[in-house]
Design a protein around this ligand. Sequence first.
Ligand SMILES: [Zn+2]
Length: 625
Amino acid sequence: MLKKSIKLLSILLFSFWTHAFVLASEAIHYQIEIDDSIHHQAKVTVLLPQIESSQMDVFIPNWRPGRYQQIPLANGISHMIAKSSQGKPLKIVKMETNHWRIFLEQPSKVELNYRLYANELSDRTRHIDSSHAYLDAVASLVFIPEFRSYPIHLDLDVPKGWKSVSGLKSGWNKNSFVANNYDELVDAPIETGVHEEYHFDVKGIQFELAIWGKGNFNGKNIAQDLAAIVKTHIDFWGNVPFERYLFIVHVFDKGRGATEHKNSSLIQTDSWSFNKRKNYLNFLQTASHEFVHAWNVKAYRPQGLVPYDYLQPNYSKLLWWVEGGTSYLGNLLLLRSGLMTQDEYFNHLAKAIYEYQNRPGRLEQSAADASFNEWIAPDGDRANNAFVNIYSQGKLLSLWLDLQLFQQTDGRASITDVQKKLYQQFPASIKGYTEQNLMDVFQSLGLKDAQKIWDSKVRNSDEMDFNQALKSVGLLLSHEIKTQDKDAQQETKATDKKMAYLGIKLAEKSENNRLEYVLANSPAWDAGITADDELVAINNIKITQANYQQVLQTLEINSRISVNYFRNGLLEQTSLKVGAQFEGKTKIIANPKNSTQQIQQLEKWLGVSLKKKMANKAEADNSEE
Ligand SMILES: [Zn+2]
């Protein structure tokens, strides 16, 4: 009864918004009333303090922190109206697609109302349906630069039975939150709806897990694994830059991707991804990556991102470090937590090296340029041939720099020390770090010629020699093929055998054998075949998804073959000379000749004790599952 009265009272206070200001006159009040969840809509009310000037500019950001690309978020905002404290309608003019100007005849408090359409689940910006709402403020709550630093009260009016969670502090009831300012609001999205909730405590810090959606997951197990990850991270960093932390997980058909926030993260994953080891490992890697971000990018971040500019691209040449450095450390800490096996760790690095070595773009664009241009980064065939990806390139550059630093200091320093130093020296609340700062940290830890290395490998696209770099810690790159031993257990053996290579990839599930990409300078590329061509026949043999690999295996290296394909509906023919590539899968193995001392160095570099098998002989498990 008491609860009901309190709720009624709060509704009354909210309705008579002039009274609300009596409670907190210098705060911004946002209210989101989810009044049409089935059609992905809500009504938003914003109550603003006294405005003395004759006009006020209101915006919706056009990107969201964590994804360095412009997104047309304003297209979800409509029917915006404004009125004065006397209830008089105020003139609104739309100045830009994401910019409204409100005109006042005299100083007044202002109430804004608008409709919010939220149906962008996989963008991780906003989504409302009959079971939940996920709301990131950049995509749902207007940004008013002059009130950026004002405290915020946020009230949600949600369907019965929904529960609300957020990294934000709770407000006056279970569906309300408070933030110190707009930046804090943006960095703590809200999940409200029907979800499973788990709580765990690590080293006295409260963690929550909220899972929305249906699938073959076991929430208790996920919470347990997250606790193990969290513990390893906290042990590594020494302390945490938050008071409590929330993991939000969305489970839905074809869900993928994740976004970090100050003291929360959102991971989206496919409904049926929890039973297969390969998929679940991917989930754990993502969780570890997002949790590293609580430090790398949230607690310390590059200069161009401090403070965030919500209305323009935020330029930095260090996004490769922000994302790739995070991936590298996330995987290393996952290995140290025991949730990723040594084989899995080496396999994931080997796969990344294979992809790097087969990406023509690695010699075309530097990591620094890719960072700066992330805002316009293409994907697909063109990206592969002409650009690098800040995640994969950044991860391998981190590996390469780590190996240089570790070798040059005889194991006294590694990239993990660089991350820790940045955390100590560059709190994001005060200042961002520059490329020079990062170079200086490397140098202070013992990396010689940091400037030269930067000019060659970071600001330029000079190839990284991983054969050489891995040798310094007693590891070898090898090509291995699967074999079967007599107990039918999978084994692998090293091979230098080559197989036919054309440099094309058929798009999966394409009925017409559409080429997803054609690698630059490959035999197919030289013959004029390009992405989106549809492969018809090789040497007059009809090509299907089912027989392509078999046909490829019959081709002789260096022989000339004829190729028929459709381009824009017209049949074309060409011929090409078959190339060669390693038949085996790229693997990282411990050098069988490692001395005890070398094994100890390798263990020191990884931060784990090696399994006997790994330390003493070529490791065998080739299964990705
Ligand atoms: Zn990331």
